[in-house]
Design a protein around this ligand. Structure first.
Ligand SMILES: C[S@@+](CC[C@H](N)C(=O)[O-])C[C@H]1O[C@@H](n2cnc3c(N)ncnc32)[C@H](O)[C@@H]1O
Length: 342
C-alpha cells in the first residue's frame, strides 16, 4: 500500500511546488475570454494565505482555509469528526497532467488500492451523519464502487452529462461522469426542496377544470418546478467566456457543487474537499454560507482557489442557480440574459 501511496502522491518527477507557477506558460487570450489567471503579485499575495500543515490542528485553525499539501499527509493532521459533507473529485484513472504533477493511469486493482489508501484516512474526520460524494468517469467508477461499499452506505449513483469530450471514430464519445452519493450511516441530512429544477413546459396539460397540471404561467412562459433525479443534464463544464473558468484542466461547474451542497448540508456546516483543484467546492460553500476546508497539492491551483474565494466576497452568484431554483442549461437566451447568464 505504501508503494502505491508514494507512487501516486509523489510519483511525479518534475514536482517542484515552489516554482510550479513560474513555469506556467503565459497563454494568449481572446479579448472576451474571462478565464481567471494570476499575476506574479497575486501569487505572492495568495500563497501567504495557504496553510502548509505540519502538525495536528484544531477545527478553528483550518476552517475556511486552503491547505497546500499532499492529501496523504494532510489527512493525518486534520481533527476527528469535524466534517459534515465531503466532495471528492480525485484524479481519475487516466494519464492526466495537473500543472506540474502528472497522474498516470494504472490497472484498476492498483487504482482501487490508491483510492482505499486515502479513503481509510478520511473516515475518522467524518461526523456520524456526514455525506460523501465521489466523482469518477466510467473507468474509475467501478473501482470507486468497490472501495466505497466497504466504508459507507451507498445511497445513490448520479450520472451527469459532461458536454465536453473528445470524439472518437472507434468508440463512443466519453461524455458522462458518475457521482456516488454515500453516507456514513442511514441518519443523514437531505434537503430535496432546496434543489428543485425549473423547466420550461413543452406540453402544457390542463386538468378537467382547465387548470394547469403541475405548471405555472409566468410572464416569460410556462414553467414546471420539479425535484431532480439521479440523471443530470443541465450542467455546463466551465469554458472561456464563463466567469468561473480557470486554467484548471478538470474544473467542476459551480452549479454541480451548489446542488450537492444545498441538498446535503445546512448553513454553517463544514464542507471538505481533499482534492480541491481550483477551489470550486470551497467557493460554492462560501457563497452558500457553509464553512469549508480544501486540500490541494499544487500551489498554483491553491492560489487560484484563494483568488476565487476573494471574488466570492463581492459576488455570490452561481450560474444556473437563481431565485432559489436550478435552471435548465442554456435557458439564459429565453430568459433575456447573455449566454453566460450574468
Ligand atoms: C480532478 S482535480 C479536482 C478539480 C476540482 N474539483 C475543481 O473544480 O477545480 C484533482 C486535483 O487533485 C490534485 N491532487 C492530485 N494528487 C493529489 C494529492 N496526492 N494530494 C492533494 N491533491 C492532489 C490535483 O492537483 C488536481 O488539482
Amino acid at each position: 500500500m505504501e508503494t502505491v501511496e508514494r507512487l501516486n502522491s509523489h510519483g511525479n518527477r518534475d514536482l517542484d511546488l515552489d516554482s510550479s507557477y513560474r513555469r506556467r506558460e503565459m497563454k494568449e487570450r481572446a479579448p472576451r475570454n474571462r478565464t481567471l489567471t494570476l499575476s506574479e503579485e497575486e501569487i505572492q499575495k495568495y500563497r501567504e494565505r495557504l496553510l502548509r500543515l505540519e502538525r495536528p490542528v484544531s477545527v478553528a485553525e483550518v476552517e475556511n482555509r486552503t491547505i497546500c499539501k499532499d492529501v496523504f499527509e494532510a489527512l493525518d493532521y486534520l481533527p476527528p469528526s469535524f466534517v459534515d459533507l465531503v466532495f471528492v473529485d480525485p484524479p481519475y484513472n487516466l494519464h492526466k497532467k495537473f500543472n506540474l504533477t502528472t497522474f498516470r493511469a494504472m490497472d484498476s486493482d492498483r487504482y482501487e488500492q490508491w483510492l482505499e489508501a486515502w479513503v481509510k484516512k478520511l473516515i475518522p474526520l467524518l461526523k456520524p451523519q456526514a455525506s460523501v460524494y465521489f466523482c469518477g468517469d466510467w473507468k474509475s467508477s467501478g473501482a470507486i464502487f468497490n472501495v466505497v461499499r466497504k466504508y459507507f452506505r451507498i445511497q445513490n449513483r448520479i450520472t451527469w452529462e459532461r458536454e465536453k469530450g473528445r470524439g472518437s471514430r472507434r468508440n463512443w464519445k466519453n461524455c458522462s461522469e458518475d457521482i456516488w452519493f454515500c453516507t456514513v450511516s442511514d441518519d443523514y441530512y437531505f434537503n430535496a426542496e432546496a434543489v428543485r429544477i425549473k423547466r420550461r413546459v413543452l406540453a402544457p396539460y390542463r386538468d378537467e377544470n382547465g387548470r394547469p397540471k403541475d405548471w405555472q404561467q409566468e410572464e416569460k412562459g410556462r414553467f414546471r418546478v420539479t425535484y431532480p433525479s439521479n440523471i443530470w443534464f443541465d450542467l455546463t463544464v466551465p469554458f472561456w467566456s464563463m466567469r468561473e473558468n480557470t486554467d484548471h484542466p478538470t474544473q467542476k461547474p459551480e452549479k454541480l457543487l451548489a446542488r450537492i451542497i444545498l441538498a446535503s448540508s445546512r448553513p454553517g456546516d463544514l464542507v471538505f474537499d481533499p482534492f480541491a483543484g481550483s477551489g470550486t467546492t470551497s467557493v460554492v460553500a462560501k457563497k452558500l454560507g457553509r464553512r469549508y476546508v480544501g486540500v490541494e497539492i499544487d500551489e498554483y491551483y491553491c492560489c487560484l482557489a484563494e483568488k476565487r474565494l476573494e471574488l466570492a466576497e463581492s459576488d455570490r452568484s452561481i450560474q444556473g442557480y437563481e431565485d432559489g431554483v436550478f435552471w435548465e442549461r442554456n435557458t439564459s437566451i429565453w430568459r433575456g440574459r447573455s449566454e453566460t447568464g450574468k
